[in-house]
Each structure stands twice: as structure tokens, then as C-alpha cells.
Write a protein that binds this ligand. Structure first.
Ligand code: DC
Length: 670
């Protein structure tokens, strides 16, 4: 089986832009399909579950067109997509269809209801697990109004066969709300198709209420209002129909945000998520409140949330009713591993009918990490693993646990956080995150992968040492100087003056550079040697002094932070680009030693004596470059307070590498 080995981690900090919300994406797609007019949906989540919905809508005759060059509302959003949906202004035009729903509950439930009112023949099926997930309460509700929905397999479960029928809305529809709130969502979204006034009455307590709020909110956006009496009775007045609001925007995924916020609360932080905040319509933003109960420091803006560890570094135990945030609650079961005592998660029965039986799955996997877990019908008590002999309890996670994920994206994402307990963790079948968050692990790496920042002046041997350290550790390597050199070379080639700040920043922002193996390509041409020329080094130092150029290269450098870790070589790696790096080194040597090394290097390269600069000229040049790099207003070259000095003047390469590895061993978990 496929697996991903996460290294032992301790720190998490940084910023993550969230992919679009699954709940909002699939609701908006269906509403846009049923509405009158064209809707442009921006930042739609690109994942298995939304693809299932898009495919189904196409099969049902809805106009679905990807918009290639739509403006992005979230600038650097990865995987965000825009679609133009041409609504049918009522029931689906396709009167026949065999639709595969994968394991997407947010697709099959609402579609079942909408198709039952569409007057056609349809079959809805899914993966094996989908055929174990209940749908009986919804089918019962639909049958009450005369819909003809039949079970093609086991009674109460998909696959379903839907036949044309005429519906009557005389009496209220009575439906249970204690298994899944999606049954109510499905009825609410479909009933305006009937044209008459419809009333829904709950026969039990409604769970996961915030998801109903999302539904009502989005329906209102598409011009249909629902009158609600508490959470008991819902009335949709007749004569209302969905009308496209034009352009709509999908918020970031609040459930997906929970992993990063928890990482910030566990691993120091701050970790900021962008795409959800105070203005969100998703109930899962309340996850931040639960983290606050644990003592985490939370800050929130309109469109962002930030989490950091408690002041004293210790997360507190909790006893919480989590019915309102069933998905994000899973993340709390993992956060519980880091708490100062047993944590109780109450009122989570719906976990049992999700992608897998999440209560049992969570119990089994948490135990692999050494936690003691009590599993109830609708609750969990998680006691963190602690060393019994320790004077003050310290988490002692069982190392090397192989976590099974049960084809459940949230299991995979949750358990990545366990690596922050300072132990390596294996995640089996990591690709199941594609259901809602295809690039989850890359983004997790962006906040949690350890960075070793190696800064220092030119010709200190830094590049060679950094590369050797990266090889030894199996880490990725960033030669940030190469980006400044490439910028200088590209600017010169494009005829942009090196003191034209805006011009050079433009070049830097769109640098067509690639790094295949050991080579460096600029617009497809090999420039590995060309960027090492002395004049390009001088040019690099000039463009590096321009603030706009440094800003333009910032995100590009941060994107190198990946699991299992990064060695970053430059001038401001520890101070500006990766200030949260757990290991920072200032690698230097006397100017004389560096000049001598550069001189020997040129001889080694076979440069003839008559073309070679004199040793004293190299020394002079180095001193000028040092002075320029140190005197500039932004990110000047200097040893940071938190960086450890390695003076390589008396050291050979092997000794310098050993000195850096020694620092790494002290600073990073093994
Ligand atoms: O490390 P190097 O010699 O390849 O760097 C080329 C120039 O780029 C150097 O003069 C300083 C500048 N630079 C920088 O300002 N910040 C970095 N992180 C890396 C290099």
C-alpha cells in the first residue's frame, strides 16, 4: 500500500491559503444548476467530491464550463477554479441518467431530492462505503410527498432508482434530523422545484445545525427564503424560484482550516489560515473557540484566523459538546494528545455514518500512538500518552506508528498532526485527502517542515556546506542567491536597468526559472555557469538591495519549504524568509580566507592566469560586496541574534559540514 512517512516535527508556523469549502462548493453548484440564469462560481474547490457533482450536472444537461482566465479572488489560491453554470431554471432537462456519486454525501443527498422532483428515470450509486451510508430518512421524506424513490440494493441505503412521479405538498413532510443534517439540506434545496408551499417538520432533535445555516444562507443568495421556527419547522412559500446572483465566491474550507490552526496551537505558531474568518458562514470556524478553550491564543479577522500555542506552552484538557462542529471535532481528538489531561468529546454520534465509522477508526489509531481511549456510542475520551515515571508528565508518543486512514480524508489529515509530537508517523493511503484537499500534505509541509537557515557572506563556502547538509539529511535545498543572480541575468537580457526597481521586480515576479537536477534553466536555456560570472554576482547584489525585488521573490522562496525539510542558503533565510526556522546558522570566514578560496576555485576551474583577477582584487571586490549587502536598508547581511556562528576560517569543508550538522542535531528532533 501507498504511504507517506512524516518525520518527527516540533514547530509549526506560517500562512496557508485554504482551498474552497466542500460544503459551499457542492451546494452552490446545485443551486446554480437549478437557478434561472448564468452563475459564475469563483474559487470552487477542485477535489473528488466536487468533480462528482460537476460530472453529474453535465450528465443531467446543465451547462458547465470551466473559465480558464477568471480573476482569482484569493490571489495565490492553488487549485481554485472558476466555472460558469448555465442554470435550467427549474428541474433538470436530462430525463435519464446513471450517476456515480463516489463517496460524496454532499452530492448524493441533495441530488436525490432534486432528481425525485425532476420527473425522470435516474440511478444513483457510489463506492462500496457509500452503499453503507444511510439515506432512508431522506427517502421516507420524499415518499411522503409522492416521490417514487426505490432501493436498488439494501433497504435504507444507496444505490437508488428514481422514477417520475407527481408530488403533492398538502401535508408537512416529517423527517428525522438526528442521523444526518444533509437530509434536511437536501429537502430544503429541492422543494422550491415543486412550486407550491412546502413545510418540513423535524421529528427528532436536529444535529449539525450550522450546516443548515449554510444551506439557508446560500438559498437566500439564490433568492429563495425559508421561514424557520426554531430548528423544528421550516416553511418554503410557494411561487419562489432560484435566480442566479451572477458572480458568487466560495469561502475557504473551515474544516480544512482546523488542521493548520491545531498545528499552530500545538507547534508554537503563529499559523494563519486565509480564506475564512469572522465573516464566514461556516459553522466550523467555531473550531477556533474550542482551541481557545484549550488555552491556544486565537486571533481573527474578517477573512483570516491565526492560532498559536498557549503562553505557557501547555494545552489544557477539555470536556465539550461538539455536535455543532462534527468534522472539525476530529481535529480536537488529535489535539487531545497534546493536552494536560483526558479530554472528552461529546455528542458526536454522526461520526459513525461518515466516510468511515470515525469513532471506531479514531479510537483504533489514537491507541497506536500510545493514547488511552474510551469509546462510547456517541462520545470519546482521549487521554494523552504520558511517561508514567516522569516527574512532570511529558507526551511520549509511540514512535513509528503506521496510521490507517480508512479511505477517510479527515483521518489522514488529522493524524499528520501527531508528527508534531516529535515522533515519525506513517500515514497509509495518504492520497485519500483528494476527496476535499488534494494538496494537503504540501501545504502542511509549508508550515511544519523544519527549515535549516544558513546565512552568511559570499564565498564563505556556505553553498557547498548547505548542499552537503541537505544531502546528508535527505532535505530539499534552496540556493536563494541563485534567484537573485537569475533576476540580474534576466533583467540584463531584457534590457531592464538594474536600478529600475519596478522593472526588475517585474522580472523577479515572473522569472521563468527551473531547477532540474543540478542544472539551472532560464526560459529553457541552461544558465548554470552563466549566473556564476563575477559581473552577475555584482548585479545580483545590486538588485538584492531593492525592496520590491525582495518582496517579489519572497513567496517563491517559501514554496521550497517541503517535507521532510529544507536547507535554505542565503543572507536573510533566518531573519526574513523563514524566521520560524528551528535551526539558524551564520556561516562566515575572514575576508582573506574567502578571497583565497575564490581564487583557488578559479584556478581549479582552469581559468588562465592572464584572465584571472588578482587575489587582492578579489579581496577588494568581496569587501565592497559585503559592505553593500550589510548596508542596504532591507534584510541587511548580519548575524541574527538567534543564529549560531560557524566561523570556517580554520575549517575544511568536512569540518564545516560537521559543525552545522551538530547544530541541527541539537535543534531538531531526531
Ligand atoms: O550567495 P550568492 O553569492 O549567490 O548571492 C548573490 C547575491 O544575492 C549576493 O550579493 C547577495 C544577494 N542575496 C541576498 O541578498 N539574499 C539572499 N537570500 C541571497 C543572496
Amino acid at each position: 500500500m501507498d504511504y507517506l512517512d512524516l518525520p518527527a516535527l516540533t514547530r509549526a508556523a506560517g500562512t496557508v491559503r485554504l482551498p474552497g469549502s466542500k460544503s459551499i462548493s457542492n451546494r452552490m453548484l446545485l443551486l446554480a444548476a437549478l437557478a434561472q440564469g448564468e452563475t459564475e462560481i469563483r474559487d470552487l474547490l477542485d477535489s473528488d467530491d466536487t468533480r462528482v457533482m460537476l460530472d453529474a450536472l453535465r450528465k443531467l444537461g446543465v451547462g458547465v464550463a470551466a473559465i480558464a482566465d477568471a480573476p482569482r479572488d484569493r490571489v495565490a489560491a492553488m487549485g481554485g477554479n472558476a466555472y460558469r453554470i448555465t442554470g435550467c431554471g427549474g428541474a433538470f432537462p436530462g430525463k435519464e441518467g446513471d450517476l456515480f456519486m463516489g463517496n460524496a454525501g454532499t452530492a448524493i443527498r441533495p441530488l436525490t431530492a432534486a432528481l425525485a422532483l425532476s420527473g425522470g428515470h435516474y440511478r444513483l450509486s457510489g463506492v462500496a462505503r457509500m452503499h453503507e451510508r444511510p439515506i432512508g430518512d431522506l427517502v421516507d421524506g420524499l415518499r411522503q410527498i409522492g416521490a417514487d424513490v426505490r432501493y436498488a440494493g439494501k433497504e435504507g441505503f444507496p444505490p437508488l432508482d428514481i422514477h417520475p412521479a407527481s408530488v403533492r405538498l398538502a401535508a408537512p413532510i416529517r423527517v428525522r434530523g438526528d442521523v444526518s443534517s444533509q437530509f434536511l439540506t437536501a429537502l430544503l434545496m429541492a422543494l422550491p422545484l415543486a412550486g407550491e408551499t412546502a413545510v418540513i417538520e423535524m421529528t427528532t432533535e436536529l444535529i449539525s445545525k450550522p450546516y443548515i445555516e449554510i444551506t439557508l444562507n446560500l438559498m437566500a443568495h439564490f433568492c429563495v427564503t425559508v421561514e424557520r421556527e426554531g430548528w423544528q419547522r421550516f416553511t418554503i412559500r410557494g411561487g419562489q424560484r432560484y435566480v442566479s446572483p451572477g458572480i458568487v465566491h466560495v469561502e475557504g474550507d473551515a474544516s480544512g482550516a482546523s488542521y493548520f490552526l491545531a498545528a499552530g496551537a500545538i507547534g508554537g505558531g503563529p499559523v494563519r489560515v486565509e480564506g475564512v474568518g469572522r465573516g464566514s458562514i461556516q459553522g466550523d470556524v467555531k473550531f477556533a473557540d474550542a482551541l481557545a478553550v484549550m488555552g491556544a491564543r486565537i486571533e481573527m479577522g474578517e477573512n483570516w484566523i491565526e492560532a498559536s500555542s498557549p503562553e505557557d506552552g501547555k494545552l489544557k484538557s477539555f470536556d465539550l459538546d461538539l455536535n455543532h462542529i462534527p468534522d472539525a471535532a476530529m481535529t480536537l481528538a488529535i489535539a487531545a494528545l497534546f493536552a494536560d489531561g483526558p479530554c472528552r468529546l461529546r455528542n458526536i454520534a454522526s461520526w459513525r455514518v461518515k466516510e468511515t465509522d470515525r469513532i471506531t477508526a479514531m479510537t483504533t489509531e489514537l491507541r497506536k500512538l500510545g493514547a488511552s481511549v474510551e469509546e462510547g456510542a456517541d462520545y470519546l475520551v482521549v487521554a494523552p500518552p504520558v511517561a508514567s515515571s516522569a516527574v512532570s508528565p511529558v507526551p511520549t508518543f509511540s514512535a513509528g506508528a503506521a496510521i490507517d486512514t480508512y479511505d477517510d480524508h479527515r483521518m489522514a489529515m488529522c493524524f499528520s498532526l501527531a508528527a508534531l509530537g516529535g515522533v515519525p508517523v506513517r500515514i497509509n493511503d495518504p492520497k485519500c485527502v483528494a476527496k476535499t484537499f488534494p494538496d494537503y500534505f504540501e501545504r502542511f509541509g509549508r508550515i511544519a517542515a523544519p527549515v535549516i537557515a544558513i546565512d552568511g557572506p559570499s564565498a564563505s563556502g556556505k553553498g557547498t556546506v548547505a548542499q552537503r547538509v541537505a544531502e546528508t539529511l535527505g532535505f530539499h535545498f534552496l540556493d536563494s542567491g541563485a534567484l537573485y543572480r537569475l533576476t540580474a541575468l534576466a533583467a540584463i537580457r531584457a534590457g531592464v536597468a538594474l536600478d529600475d526597481e519596478a522593472g526588475v521586480a517585474g522580472v523577479a515576479a515572473t522569472l521563468p526559472a527551473e531547477f532540474p537536477g543540478e542544472r539551472i534553466l532560464l526560459a529553457g536555456a541552461d544558465v548554470t555557469e552563466a549566473i556564476r560570472a563575477e559581473d552577475i554576482g555584482v548585479g545580483a547584489s545590486k538588485v538584492a538591495a531593492l525592496p520590491a525585488v525582495r518582496t517579489a521573490l519572497l513567496e517563491r522562496q517559501r514554496a521550497y519549504r517541503r517535507l521532510p525539510g529544507l536547507v535554505a542558503d542565503g543572507r536573510d533565510m533566518g531573519s526574513v524568509v523563514f524566521p520560524e526556522a528551528p535551526a539558524k546558522v551564520f556561516l562566515t570566514a575572514s575576508a582573506e580566507a574567502r578571497a583565497e578560496r575564490r581564487h583557488k576555485q578559479l584556478i581549479g576551474k582552469g581559468m588562465p592566469a592572464n584572465m584571472r583577477p588578482l587575489l587582492q582584487d578579489i579581496l577588494q571586490e568581496l569587501r565592497e560586496r559585503d559592505a553593500r549587502d550589510a548596508a542596504r536598508s532591507v534584510a541587511p547581511l548580519k548575524q541574527g541574534e538567534d543564529a549560531e556562528l560557524v566561523d570556517t576560517t580554520p575549517l575544511g569543508i568536512d569540518e564545516a559540514v560537521a559543525a552545522v550538522l551538530d547544530i541541527v542535531r541539537r535543534r531538531l528532533p531526531q
